[in-house]
Design a binder for this molecule. Structure first.
Ligand SMILES: *[C@@H]1O[C@H](CO)[C@@H](O)[C@H](O)[C@H]1NC(C)=O
Ligand SMILES: *[C@@H]1O[C@H](CO)[C@@H](O)[C@H](O)[C@H]1NC(C)=O
Ligand SMILES: *[C@@H]1O[C@H](CO)[C@@H](O)[C@H](O)[C@H]1NC(C)=O
Ligand SMILES: *[C@@H]1O[C@H](CO)[C@@H](O)[C@H](O)[C@H]1NC(C)=O
Ligand SMILES: *[C@@H]1O[C@H](CO)[C@@H](O)[C@H](O)[C@H]1NC(C)=O
Ligand SMILES: *[C@@H]1O[C@H](CO)[C@@H](O)[C@H](O)[C@H]1NC(C)=O
Length: 311
């Protein structure tokens, strides 16, 4: 009998390990950082004298976090871990564990072991996520063009976290998406605008949260263009003031010159009539240029003499 008693737990252990390697059923939980999480076992009426243990495993290191047993008719529940200090609460009736203020560092596998006559094990894989950040839309286009296709090339990006998906929606329909389980770099996704009248939204999502940013075509694509318009408006209003001033000034100047000239002419006319002959000949530099253009010497030789005769 004594030897049987010693073999029994060893056999159980062997059985348990076979189950491990066979891939025991693991319940997956995805939780938001800061929340209080209850790891439900689905059990009711666990024997009041059961020995209940909870383990936490992260990266192959397993620690015991709860040990609850009846010692001399008294329930003794110990919460060992410094990590989970004051954040754990065991429900002995169901075996469920309540964890307050979950952090991302609490992600891992939680294992429940209930020992009555036999030992039973349940595993729960818990992933804790921070809320996803809001996606940001900017315009990648370098040139500002009248064509929307050329001037508008929106790019949506989001700070990456664990299991983040980034998608573009046209109205309610998803038109493109990108995802990454790696947190290292920023996720970004370009958009081709096919219909400027559609509503485009960029959605960042992780398993516990999502954030949406709507594309404002006016804002993203025409912002710089309208900025130029503002400048043009300013310069044109400046011109609107300057041009009449210039016209008035030039008119006055012209009138003054005209009067002066007329006075001079009147006095000259009184003295004599003269003839002015002005002759223009192409200079040699011009001939060289024409020469290079492939014209013959003869073409150049008959250069025209212009005469202007005025009375
Ligand atoms: C929750 O945990 C974080 C650290 O993980 C801590 O800064 C914060 O104060 C905690 N909040 C509460 C309500 O205990
Ligand atoms: C956008 O449209 C152009 C031509 O219409 C195409 O060449 C390009 O691959 C498209 N880009 C994306 C991200 O769909
Ligand atoms: C967008 O809407 C305007 C007026 O609402 C219309 O004239 C134009 O044809 C529409 N464009 C497209 C591509 O549907
Ligand atoms: C992200 O995309 C993958 C593949 O399309 C999908 O399986 C997963 O459920 C998505 N996750 C979220 C949070 O939307
Ligand atoms: C975004 O989250 C809200 C709840 O916050 C949910 O109702 C909605 O379905 C989610 N949208 C997507 C696209 O995942
Ligand atoms: C787009 O942005 C402009 C300028 O910031 C704003 O006046 C307009 O209301 C916005 N439109 C939408 C649909 O949000």
């Amino acid at each position: 009998m004594f030897s049987e008693y010693r073999i029994h737990p060893a056999l159980l252990h062997l059985l348990y390990c076979l189950l491990c390697s066979a891939g025991e059923e693991v319940v997956r939980l995805q939780e938001l950082e800061g929340n209080t999480v209850t790891i439900h076992t689905g059990l009711t009426g666990v024997q009041s004298d059961a020995h209940i243990l909870w383990f936490y495993r992260s990266e192959s290191v397993e620690i015991r976090i709860v040990n609850s047993q009846i010692i001399r008719g008294e329930i003794i529940t110990d919460y060992y871990s410094e990590k989970f200090r004051d954040r754990l609460q065991l429900n002995r009736n169901s075996g469920s564990l309540i964890i307050t203020n979950m952090s991302r560092e609490d992600s891992g596998v939680y294992k429940l072991n209930i020992i009555t006559g036999i030992s039973s094990v349940w595993s729960f894989s818990v992933d804790v996520y921070a809320p996803v950040s809001k996606p940001i839309i900017r315009n990648q286009a370098e040139k500002r063009s009248v064509s929307l296709r050329e001037s508008c090339s929106p790019l949506c990006s989001v700070e990456n976290g664990k299991d983040v998906n980034l998608s573009w929606y046209e109205e309610k329909e998803r038109i493109s998406s990108i995802s990454s389980s790696d947190c290292s770099e920023c996720l970004s996704l370009p958009l081709n605008i096919t219909n400027p009248n559609s509503t485009y939204t960029c959605v960042a999502a992780n398993p516990v949260s999502n954030q949406t940013t709507q594309l404002n075509i006016t804002n993203i694509c025409y912002k710089a263009v309208s900025g130029q318009n503002v400048k043009r408006d300013q310069s044109s209003s400046l011109a609107a003031v300057l041009i009449p001033v210039l016209i008035v000034a030039l008119s006055i100047l012209f009138l003054w010159f005209w009067k002066k000239k007329k006075k001079q002419q009147d006095s000259q006319d009184a003295e004599l009539n003269y003839t002015e002959v002005k002759t223009t000949t192409r200079n040699s530099r011009e001939s060289h240029e024409i020469n290079r253009a492939g014209m013959t010497e003869e073409d150049q030789s008959d250069s025209v003499d212009y005469s202007e005769i005025r009375h």
